[in-house]
Design a protein around this ligand. Sequence first.
Ligand code: 26V
Length: 822
Amino acid sequence: MDQVAQPSVKDLQKSFIYHLQHTLVKDKYSATKADMYLALAYAVRDLLATRWLDTQQSYYLKDAKRVYYISMEFLMGRTLGNALINLGVMEEWDMALKELGLSIEELQEVEWDAGLGNGGLGRLAACFLDSMASMQLPAYGYGIRYEYGMFYQKIVDGGQHEVPDNWLRYQNPWEFDRQEHLHPIRFEGRVVEFTDRDGSKRFSWVDYYEVMALAYDFPVPGYKNNTVNTMRLWSAKASRDFDLNFFNQGNYIGSVESKMKTENISKVLYPADHMLEGKELRLRQEYFLASATVQDILYRFAKKHDNLTELPDQVAIQLNDTHPVLAIPELMRILIDERKLTWEAAWEITTKTFAYTNHTILQEALEKWPVPMVSRLLPRHLLIIFEINRRFLEEVASRFPGDTARLQRMSIIDDSGEKQVRMAHLAIVASHSINGVSALHSEILKDDLFHDFYEVWPERFNNKTNGITQRRWLKHCNPYLADLISEAIGDKWTTDLDELQNLRPLAEDSEFRRRWMDIKRMNKQRLADHIYQRNCIQISPDSLFDCQTKRIHEYKRQLLNILQVVARYNRLKEYPGLELPPRTVIFGGKAAPSYSAAKLIIKLINSVGSVINNDPAVNQQLKVAFLANYSVSLAEKIFPAADLSEQISTAGTEASGTGNMKYALNGALTIGTLDGANIEIMEEVGKDNIFIFGLTTPQAVGLRSSGYRPQDYYYQLPELKTVLDQISSGMFSPGNPGLFRPLVDNLLNSDYYLLLADFDAYMDAQADVDRLYMIPDEWARKSILNTAGMGKFSSDRTIGEYARDIWGIKPQPVEHKGIHHW
Ligand code: 26V
């Protein structure tokens, strides 16, 4: 690869001081730490700039097929550290700053996370961008530039408080507004039908109003390869017409008010990922993203092509769940109404272009929009959806004559109650590829959730097991372990994670095990310090760090974890001499603000924690810490310090999970159910190196359908009964004894997620964990074998499969020409 000479340490210092003085107009006396961070960011940005130009220029000149990853969420976290890693200049910058008396770690801590996502789906999108750039694929991420990202979580009296995440409050050196890339987005109005000159029936959308979508570009550097791709996020701006109209009416305040209202579209990320709340603003956001992106794609295509039937040869569009699915009727609308293609031609182009990824099978999270709302907001799109559905149902009817129940099940329009548009059905009908995100999940899609569709189009269904980027989730977040690994097996793992299997023989090497665990202990000490600062809880780095960090959801069963913690507490109280290794149980995660059960679970965790942590009889052997505001940057501190990774969702509910991969990559052992990607992790690391427990998916389904009776477990398991009685009688909420009763009542009377059925097996698996932790050498061996088995879970592997099987795109290496001449 053609590499332009890397700048020297002196060059870097010069650039840093230049930006401090000229971009920020500060000197070493007046500069704050934030100024220092910004000066560094601007200097690093300069290194990206020419590569970025070279990359975009080369894509344009080669006219290669591009992929567009459309997502309502990109959970990017911090940019600086990742850019330093991918540019391969971390060490040089470290030295350069040290000489100036500055710490590169401290400066990185200044950066505020870009938290434009809820959780797994948004972080997956971010890992994919890193992999696409690192694999030199001509790729773009398209999303919304929310002014407020995922809320900042504070814990007050043990409960969650949400604080707005004003992430753009300070200068953002990583974004570039592109005033020239402005697209009008239409809303409301009505449709008129007319006959055109050659006698065909046509439709025209009239009386709409317009909002402008303004592009902001963010660089996405590949790993040491000169590629810098673009993530383009849209921001809503009132159109100039809009201003004028109101001005002419002489209503100045009214005009400014309405302008603000239209600009609300990109104001805030919806923080609920468990349930569709059916808010009109959310639908507006989805169309805003879909329309702006489709217009942009067609604009770029038109620079080199005028025959729209070539679109699928030049463009692949991946829909990250159904959230951007309105891109489908939007492309159809433009092709038919504006470009005057026939329905058939437009449909062929559309279905060859789109592919859809499903990320959840939870009924409440499947998007459905009321027909009246779609009709008012997007009248033309509704007609197009109806026509897609009419033709589709005709096809189904001819394949399955007389099967009217099937037509009802498969229809894009659900008319069992208030009519609703089923977004997943629209996505399936209009895509050539439909994929799940783990082997199990993809089977569930075919066998269950989308079985009817699988019968019609089996060839469209495929699996793409998720992955994570090892650059952020090992090299960046765990530098000492990364260095130890590179010293032992070389550094090819940074771009070929399968290389990690070469660590396997080293698991038998006692000196290597010692170094491995020394690093783990150091990382644990660092996290312990962090926890002491934030939570005032003292924890020992020699205790077993048992971590469950993820969104708070009933199906993820944080509550099962806390039941186990209370049972452990009871055992320690009852048998003071009990030989158990000390444990620190760490939780992190946000609850959707509207999800009251999840919020109560947070409160319970903290309440149990304060009883246990303040009980001198046990608190040398057990501690509980809830870390506030789980985010990408906090996760980067937790994964390297974890001994045990809790992946305990009810079998058949977690589509894949990706935290499970990050923990194992950093040497944590997993305690988990046979759910999502846990199954594939078990296959890779071996059954002996993971703690699997509980019901399988068929067993869980069978138990529910044969009349599950949670109270049977309550009466049969005395330890479980004690724990539930303690929680429901107020032992952890003396001031408000009934506080947690709803959680227990729900378990005893419904327990949809089968916590009580899995409790005993979970306790047994935890006992296995304790036994193993008391044999440090064996634990270390298995820890190494876990990391060694993670090759499959690189997002590079995942993206390679998408590129080959779905997108049909190839790497396009970029030659870096250095400083640009005119
Ligand atoms: C769902 C919804 C529902 C409607 C309203 C807004 C909204 C926003 C986000 C979501 C996301 C739910 C899907 C999701 O995050 N799935 C997770 O995807 C991960 C990446 O594939 C996967 O590892 C997790 O298992 C899965 O829960």
